[in-house]
Design a protein around this ligand. Structure first.
Ligand SMILES: [Ca+2]
Ligand SMILES: [Ca+2]
Ligand SMILES: [Ca+2]
Length: 463
């Protein structure tokens, strides 16, 4: 009896302490010859490494607490990202006692937690409480960042309740994007719901997500002011509450040799801002589509094409729409900053203290139509060769009163992926960019549209 009791206690203990670990590691090296496309030259060259460990604490049947620790995350960047630490951090500062040239070691880095949430799963529903990843559709607006080389995430402090009925998902959610403290009010909050039909057998998918972001006047920190002192500025001043509705649709269908996905997003509402004495409405939109053609041979084809509206500097309303930064169609275009001015009108979401030659891949698809066919060659089980041709066209002139060219030009990329071992990928990219006249302006000295190229070599694994 005693032994039995002991055994029972032991199993309970074991259950209560079960932790499932998952995680990922990556090392990347990258150079881009002339991201400015003009003068100054601003060549980029950096390595970056990163590790994340995610323990899932299984408290009891259906109750979990999930955490994610980012080891060597990017501590110097203003972005709360999954960018790694720049390889070669040194002593971080250069007082006499800390001189890098005299130094013999590197600094140690703080481990940061990017997720922590409680998950209660029932038979047909689950509750999520805490800071958890948020996703929708093909990742045009929200991307959890679980790709091997993803640098960005959409973690949110949320309460969401997901109900599952056959192939239907219904999910109301609230996420608090900002709360200034213990007092009531003074918030930035998202409120919304999602309805999705997702049939994994047929690949049929149709859904809608409605969400309203609200901020009180005192919490409305949209970038405003003079554009000459604040490059991110989208209006003259803050005047009231922010209340913008975001509506996203997803549509998907799989056939034998073709799969198709389309996501569209629309913004509408009052931003609580004043520009030229008038209130500023958010009216941006974006559409992304993906076509995957499968054959039985070694060659397969894909196409990514879509559009994102861009803010017209000559109008009062804010027409800007930016895709999630994980959503890439090319290695350079829409991924790394190019040119000497804000051609894609993304400064409103960028760290403007960084420059084209000294920034990570923090550009996003915005103010453009793009068309990017991909030609995939499967050499063998371990080796893949992908070639992409990406072509882009601006939606509006990025400069006030501008009648400049809308030609973004085109890019040719080659990507060689080699599966070193099970779970371990070595990826090599080469990109050649032939920029269009959109990068050039008579009024901006140094702006040109010279040819540029870049390469990256990266190793990544997930477990
Ligand atoms: Ca509060
Ligand atoms: Ca505008
Ligand atoms: Ca990107």
């Amino acid at each position: 009896m005693k032994i039995l009791l002991f055994l029972v206690t032991l199993t309970q203990l074991a259950l209560a302490n079960q932790i499932d670990w998952s995680g990922g590691y990556r090392f990347e090296y990258l150079e881009i010859d002339r991201p400015s496309l003009g003068t100054p030259y601003a060549r980029k060259g950096y390595g970056m490494h990163f590790l994340y460990l995610s323990p899932k604490l299984i408290v009891s049947d259906g109750i979990q607490v999930v955490t994610r620790f980012d080891v060597m995350g990017n501590s110097s960047s203003s972005y709360n990202s999954y960018l790694g630490t720049v390889w070669g951090e040194g002593n971080k500062n250069t007082t006499a006692a800390n001189s890098n040239v005299m130094g013999r070691n590197s600094t140690s880095s703080a481990i940061r937690a990017s997720q922590m949430y409680f998950n209660l799963s029932q038979e047909n529903a689950s509750l999520i409480l805490g800071r958890a990843p948020f996703e929708f559709g093909i990742g045009m607006s929200y991307s959890v960042g679980d790709g091997l080389f993803d640098h960005w995430n959409s973690n949110r402090d949320q309460i969401s309740y997901k109900m599952l009925v056959d192939n239907m998902i219904l999910m109301p959610f609230i996420s608090r994007h900002h709360d200034d403290g213990y007092a009531q009010g003074n918030l930035v909050q998202d409120e919304g719901f999602l309805v999705l039909y997702d049939n994994k057998q047929t690949g049929n998918q149709i859904g809608i997500m409605l969400e309203r972001r609200k901020a009180s006047l005192s919490a409305n920190d949209a970038p405003v002011g003079s554009i000459t002192t604040n490059l991110s500025s989208i209006a003259d001043s803050v005047q009231g509450d922010y209340s913008v509705q975001k509506t996203n649709f997803i549509l998907g269908k799989d056939w034998d040799s073709l799969s198709f996905r389309l996501e569209a997003g629309f913004n509408s509402g009052d931003m609580g801002l004043i520009k030229n004495g008038q209130s500023v409405k958010s009216t941006g939109y974006g559409i992304a589509s993906e076509w995957n053609f499968r054959t039985s041979g070694s060659w397969n084809y894909a196409l990514k094409t879509g559009v994102a509206s861009g803010d017209n500097p000559d109008t009062t309303d804010y027409e800007g729409f930016q895709f999630d930064r994980n959503y890439d169609v090319a290695f350079l275009m829409f991924n790394h900053r190019l040119g000497t001015f804000d051609t894609l009108r993304t400064a409103a979401i960028r760290d403007t203290t960084l420059t084209a030659g000294n920034s990570p891949d923090d550009e996003a698809i915005s103010n453009a139509f793009y068309f990017a066919p991909v030609f995939k060659y499967r050499w063998n089980d371990k080796l893949d060769l992908n070639q992409t041709i990406a072509w882009g066209q601006l939606m509006v002139s990025p400069l006030a009163g501008g009648t400049a060219s809308k030609e973004l030009g085109f890019e040719y990329d080659i990507e060689l992926n080699y599966k070193l071992r099970e779970k371990v990928m070595w990826s090599n990219q080469l990109g050649f960019m032939f920029p269009g006249a959109a990068f050039k302006s008579e009024t901006i000295p140094g702006s040109e549209n010279n040819f540029t190229f870049g390469f990256a070599s990266k190793i990544g694994l997930q477990f």
